[in-house]
Design a protein around this ligand. Structure first.
Ligand code: GLV
Ligand code: MN
Length: 212
């Protein structure tokens, strides 16, 4: 199985991940096909409304290969995104997948910012409308309605991974060198400290739940 290359077409019907085996590259070893059970092909947890009572007012529930081993090598996965009326799913990108999502409840502003020339495209989507975000492109969602919003998103990777722009820089362990940060953001050290303090540990741990 080509575990170190981009996800390609599978060589057999399935390769259910043996999650006790070592993850190599982006995949698990295949469990013996004769050991497949119905539960390997089904996953129920995306039907659970998530608690959005956190600093972002949102929650992302993932159905990726880490929790749903039947996805192993198939190059697909899904997320459920719950967003409180005041909430946001903050700017992030997926290094290994394009994303397409559908608003199931509420009204959501979805925005994406291109690489290279930094053009922002955004639109408020209602129920049944869909969006697409190319692989590696920064995007966000904001609930602009009065009610909780719900989105289901699909990815063309069994493990899309998520890089949250702010968390990546301000929650790294160890912290990024001050000179790098002050030059990068063109602010002085006190501003970097202020962001780290309002946004840094222990709050980082609440952000880190969104990554993965
Ligand atoms: C939404 O953008 C998500 O990645 O779940
Ligand atoms: Mn996303």
């Amino acid at each position: 199985m080509p575990s170190h290359s981009a996800e390609s077409d599978p060589l057999g019907d399935f390769c259910i991940g043996d999650t006790n085996g070592p993850i190599s590259g982006n995949s698990f070893p295949c469990k013996l096909a004769s050991k497949a059970i119905p539960q390997d092909f089904f996953y129920e947890k995306l039907n659970l409304e998530a608690n959005t009572n956190n600093i972002l007012g949102s929650n992302v529930t993932k159905a990726n290969v880490m929790v749903f081993p039947g996805l192993n090598t198939l190059g697909i996965s899904m997320n459920r995104i719950d967003i409180a009326s005041w909430g946001v799913n903050p700017p992030h990108y997926h290094p290994r997948a394009a994303e397409s999502g559908m608003v199931i409840k509420g009204q959501v502003m979805v925005g994406l910012i291109t690489t290279g020339n930094n053009v922002q495209y955004s639109k408020v989507l209602g129920v049944g409308e869909i969006y697409v975000v190319p692989k590696g492109v920064v995007h966000f969602q904001k609930n602009v309605g009065q009610e909780k919003a719900l989105i289901y998103a699909a990815f063309n990777s069994h493990l899309a991974r998520t890089v949250l722009a702010g968390v990546n820089l301000f929650c790294s362990r160890p912290y990024v060198d001050y000179e790098v940060m002050t030059r990068a953001f063109q602010v002085d050290k006190t501003v970097i400290d202020k962001i780290k303090n309002s946004f840094g540990y222990p709050q980082c741990n609440s952000f880190i739940q969104f990554v993965g």
